[in-house]
Ligand binder design. Structure first.
Ligand code: UDP
Length: 407
């Protein structure tokens, strides 16, 4: 089976790493990796390839366009050539990035089976480009690898057939289980340390919000130490608005380049609290039993809120400051099982990648990795009605008045 992986950003490199390892171990697959260049700075992708022992991608696209729609269209046209050339048996995309969207659209249009990893997350934020990407990718995918039951329910609600959805866990737990033993002995928890990462366009591209976040960090720095590995987008925006100096001159704020993965995980383990707008960091923090304040009004990872490990605070300064004080007042570092062995966690048990590869191999062998379209030629009203009833099942069940009536 020839598997093509399309990736382009830091979290995709991290979350795909254990899948690549499982594919290599399975011996029944040939893997082609395409990197779209969505993240192109050394510390945002190559450093991760090296650290996670991934080989250089077979294709690295050189996408230059400055606008996100321009980049998307370049990715799509480059990927069309590559997929036509390689004719993979299945394409894998992960999450909700523009790279995943481009890979999904091209695979779908070329009728190459598409497997979506981290499928079914929904934030219900209609302004979010990631939410749009996720929903379009779901329409393109043949196979949906959902990380949790909640994600599966969202997909079923959107009409995705149940037999195309597999709850496998999130591969972030696999990579954490792989990395943590290495760093466990270097963990020295600091009860006054807050780790923050901020990069969402809605937070850093809007000047008012960027000023607001700067003020939050300055207020926090009066009482706590803030470590801030900075995303290139945020660095550029802060510099442009002359906010970088005020932050970097504060002795309690440590701004650093983006960290390598093991360095970042060490910071995460050492911190008493995480303040972030990142998706992956929410998953990692909660897996490592860390409290999180999410600088967003909603999250596609509702599980973290349901367990009360994370709080949606958006940019509400009073709420942020009061929660930080409350959570850090009686802070006790929880030496936890998850440091060395991550088992049966909210986001999986550390075997998601193995499951994904096993399921793909089985579906491929049984010829199920294809797009099946219904064929009603020669069928009468009974069969057509049966099909429509099963398709409309959810809707019919909900309408009490017209129950049973399609027409
Ligand atoms: N990360 C890292 N170094 C950093 C900041 C983040 O290795 O300096 C990792 C983090 O552990 C997580 C991933 O990058 O696995 C999250 O990436 P990001 O926040 O850029 O994207 P998102 O998850 O929001 O899509």
């Amino acid at each position: 089976m020839k598997v093509m992986i399309v990736m382009g950003t830091r979290p995709e490199v991290i979350k795909f790493a254990p899948i690549v390892r499982s594919l290599e171990q399975s011996k029944v697959t040939e893997t082609i990796i395409v990197h779209t260049g969505q993240h192109y700075e050394y510390l945002m992708w190559r450093a991760f390839l090296e650290e996670l022992n991934l080989s250089t991608p077979n294709y690295s696209l050189n996408i230059k366009d400055k606008s996100s729609i321009g980049r998307l269209s370049q990715m799509i046209s480059n990927l069309e050539d590559i997929m036509n050339n390689e004719t993979p048996d299945v394409v894998l995309v992960l999450g909700d990035t523009d790279s995943a969207l481009a890979g999904a659209i091209v695979a779908r249009r070329l009728l190459i089976p598409l497997a979506h990893i981290e499928a079914g997350l929904r934030s219900f934020n209609i302004r979010s480009p990631e939410e749009l990407n996720r929903r379009i990718i779901a329409q393109c995918a043949t196979i949906h690898f959902a990380p949790t039951n909640l994600a599966r329910f969202f997909l079923i609600r959107e009409g995705i057939p149940k037999d195309r959805i597999f709850v496998v866990g999130n591969t972030i737990v696999d990579i954490l289980a792989h990395m943590l033993p290495e760093i466990a002995s270097k963990i020295k928890p600091q009860r006054d340390m807050i780790l923050t990462t901020i990069h969402r366009p809605e937070n850093v591209d809007i000047e008012e919000n960027l000023v607001y976040i700067t003020n939050v960090l300055l207020l926090l720095a009066r009482r706590y130490r803030v470590v801030f590995p900075i995303h290139p987008r945020t660095r550029e925006r802060l510099k442009k608005k002359h906010l970088m100096e005020v932050l970097s001159q504060n002795p309690n704020i440590l701004i650093t380049e983006p960290k390598r993965y093991s360095e970042f995980l060490k910071l995460l383990c050492n911190s008493a609290l995480i303040i972030t707008d990142s998706g992956g960091v929410q998953e990692e923090a909660v897996t490592l039993r860390k409290r999180v304040l999410i600088l967003r009004p909603t999250t596609p990872r509702w599980e973290v809120v349901l367990t009360e490990m994370a709080y949606l605070v958006n940019l509400n300064i009073e709420l942020i400051l009061s929660l930080v004080d409350k959570l850090l007042e009686g802070y006790k570092h929880e030496p936890n099982v998850s440091i060395c062995k991550v088992v049966n966690h909210l986001f999986g048990d550390g075997y998601a990648s193995e499951r994904i590869v096993k399921i793909l191999a089985e579906l491929y062998r049984n010829g199920k990795l294809v797009y099946n379209s219904p064929d009603f030629s020669g069928k009468g009203r009974g069969i057509v009605e049966q099909f429509l009833r099963s398709y409309l099942g959810v809707v019919l069940d909900e309408s009490s008045k017209d129950k049973g009536s399609i027409l």
